[in-house]
Design a protein around this ligand. Structure first.
Ligand code: FES
Ligand code: FES
Length: 208
């Protein structure tokens, strides 16, 4: 590949790409991109720029500490699936529109395809795997199974995790409130009526 400095700026294509990657990583970490700041100028309290090479990250996944090396651009979804073999979250749209990759980060449902693995450090992560303890299924996936609320099942991990979050925030949630909490998830198989049956059963259990 041609890496010559022939663009009049004195920067090679590789210099440019490396600079862009560091700025992107800094942005993802909530720091101000360092455009206009020379590399050796003081940067206040900003953390050091990371990447583009892989960096070590520690994640707390389903109560277990997990460590791996990922490039700063790697999403939480890809870090879990491709580096840590935690495959409950599914990769479907990979752009924050379907909810198949939903997990709980610090108790809140998030799309893991739409955040960086680096951003998820120091916060508890819970995936659909956390809803099974040995042979015992949590009440939410158990209701899905009982009411046949899945066909291909690809959307199911995201739905059960999002539904778990609703009940954790409000144990007495009504069916309408549960459905509202699932607004970010879609099922391409259209198994919504069976999901409604599962939701009604869970709400009734909790109110009785
Ligand atoms: S895969 Fe993340 S929202 Fe669709
Ligand atoms: S059961 Fe197939 S996408 Fe929902």
């Amino acid at each position: 590949m041609n890496d010559s400095k022939d663009n009049g700026s004195g920067l090679s294509r590789r210099d440019f790409l490396q600079g862009s990657s560091m700025a992107a990583a800094a942005t993802a970490l909530g720091t101000t991109p360092i455009s206009g700041l020379a590399a050796d100028e003081p940067r206040g309290n900003a953390p050091p720029a990371m990447g583009p090479a892989a960096v070590r990250i520690n994640l707390n996944v389903n109560g277990r500490k997990m460590t791996t090396n990922v490039e700063p651009r790697v999403t939480l979804l890809d870090a879990l699936r491709n580096y840590l073999d935690v495959t409950g979250c599914k990769r479907v749209c990979d752009r924050g529109t379907c909810g198949a990759c939903t997990l709980l980060l610090d108790g809140k449902p998030v799309y893991s395809c739409s955040m960086l693995a680096l951003e998820a450090q120091n916060k508890p992560i819970r995936t659909a795997e956390s809803l099974v303890q040995g042979e015992k299924l949590d009440a939410v996936p158990a209701a899905f199974a009982r009411h046949d609320a899945q066909q291909c099942g690809f959307c199911t991990p995201g739905f059960v995790v999002a539904m778990k979050a609703v009940f954790e925030q409000n144990p007495k949630a009504t069916p309408a409130e549960v459905e509202k909490g699932l607004a970010g998830n879609i099922c391409r198989c259209g198994t919504y009526e069976q999901m409604r049956d599962a939701i009604y059963a869970l709400c009734n259990q909790r109110r009785s």
